[in-house]
Design a protein around this ligand. Structure first.
Ligand code: FMN
Length: 159
């Protein structure tokens, strides 16, 4: 399977996830390539069996560059895609209370917005992964490699 991975990344965490994913997919015998979105042309992406898009969070949304990239993606309806995001891990408030899943989902709209942009083009989602960073600049959460491994397994299931 040929897999193209396009990521945004300001501080390098998303790039690390994309590179690890590429390495794992290659190890499974796939042809995978990972690129920063600034090195790719969304209107004329090369042929692939699966496209993976990865974005950091920005005020509850995907980073602007990724939103613009996804808006310009021009792929045939039915093309398969997967997404991942790097997001700040939910933290307790000043009283030590953790936000509920609903509270987090209300303002962390990174993946839903990525899906919305791709689904309106008729693209078909196969998997997603959310990898946390411990702070704005990282590092990636403990156990992030395991999450990426599970993501790679989920993608490989679609061969
Ligand atoms: C201005 C700004 C706004 C951010 N807003 C969010 C946010 O709403 N949700 C979130 O999970 N992370 C937010 N972050 C943190 C990013 O998730 C984090 O910087 C990113 O995942 C790191 O990935 P990168 O190293 O690939 O850039 C924000 C970071 C910055 C600089």
């Amino acid at each position: 399977m040929r897999i193209e991975i396009y990521h945004a990344s300001k501080y390098g965490n998303g790039k690390e996830v994309a590179e690890e994913l590429r390495r794992l997919l290659e190890a499974k015998g796939h042809h995978a390539r990972a690129q920063h979105i600034t090195d790719a042309s969304p209107g004329s992406l090369p042929d692939a069996d699966l496209y993976v898009f990865g974005s950091p969070g920005r005020i509850g949304k995907p980073i602007g560059g990724m939103r613009r990239f996804l808006k310009k993606v021009n792929l045939p309806a039915g093309t398969r895609y997967a997404i991942f995001s790097t997001e700040i891990a939910p933290r307790p408030d000043k009283d030590g209370r953790m936000p509920t899943e609903e509270e987090v989902a209300k303002w962390q709209r990174i993946q839903p917005l990525m899906d919305e942009l791709l689904r309106t083009k008729g693209l078909k989602k196969v998997a997603d992964a959310k990898v946390y960073v411990n702070d704005v600049k990282g590092p990636l959460e403990e156990g992030w490699r395991k999450k990426v491994e599970q993501f790679a397994d989920a993608l490989a299931d679609h061969t």
